[in-house]
Design a protein around this ligand. Sequence first.
Ligand SMILES: [Fe+2]
Length: 308
Amino acid sequence: MSVRGVLRLGEMQIRVLDMAAAKQHYGTRMGLHEMMTDDDGLVYYKAWAEQDHHSIVLRESDSSGLDHLAFKVYNDATLDELEKGIIDFGIAVEKIEAGIYPKSGRRLKFTLPTGHEMHLYAEKVQVGNSMGTLNPGVLPDEGIVRGFRINGLDHCFIVGPNAKQNLKLFTEVFDFNFTERVCDPDGNELLMFVSCSSRAHDIAFGENPEPGLLHHASFRLENTQDHVHAADLIGKYSIPVEMNDRHGVTQVKTVYYFDPSGNRNEVFVDGYLYYPDSPLLTWTIDNLAHAAFSQSLRVPESFLGTYT
Ligand SMILES: [Fe+2]
């Protein structure tokens, strides 16, 4: 498989209650690189290894949560193809001109069946990862990889009503692969994981009566040593931890923690390689402990019911 079409989760705009506290969390402690502040006070970050200008945008608000999520697609023609598919699916699409979102080409903006604002875009200013493209070596200069040593924004988990319609949109229109699911005793999907890459998921959906909620934003680490290092820093800074365990679903080694506004973050490492001929994996809800946290077999109540 070559990735042409939807490439990756390229951006999340997250609402925070206190920008100073959020900048300490995402910048100083997690080690994301602050790229700019716009005229409205939104603050833009990238992980060191990302080539594009930013992947996380923070907006101060009186409520926490997710303003929008945005996937980057291969090229402008892909946007035209997907626009038609979204409209045929029955979802209205707003066309946003280039430059309205800073450093970004034109976007398609629409609302997912779960109530989340989603964008698709093909262009964002590339600033590189500091290593250049000619004889780049394997490591950036000292000080570039810092904090939690996060390589990049990876995926998000969103919850809302009509989650199965999200599944249908992503698999039938966006050409994602359905990789794993957690089902009730009647076989109805409660949690759904889909992939547009060789990873086990690029986004996940959960059924929930209230629309537009964020379960977590997830960041990718390089290796197990970095995972231990990140967990040590989470402890050093007394950042609230929900779990440090391994998921049965996707097989990633994970740490869940909260930003100062109560938004759930995850850092993870590992997980299996997914290919389009990989079989759909099914977990039953009576086996949720193995599906969710396969080392401790303990699922905190907060993990199933705390969203922003
Ligand atoms: Fe995750």
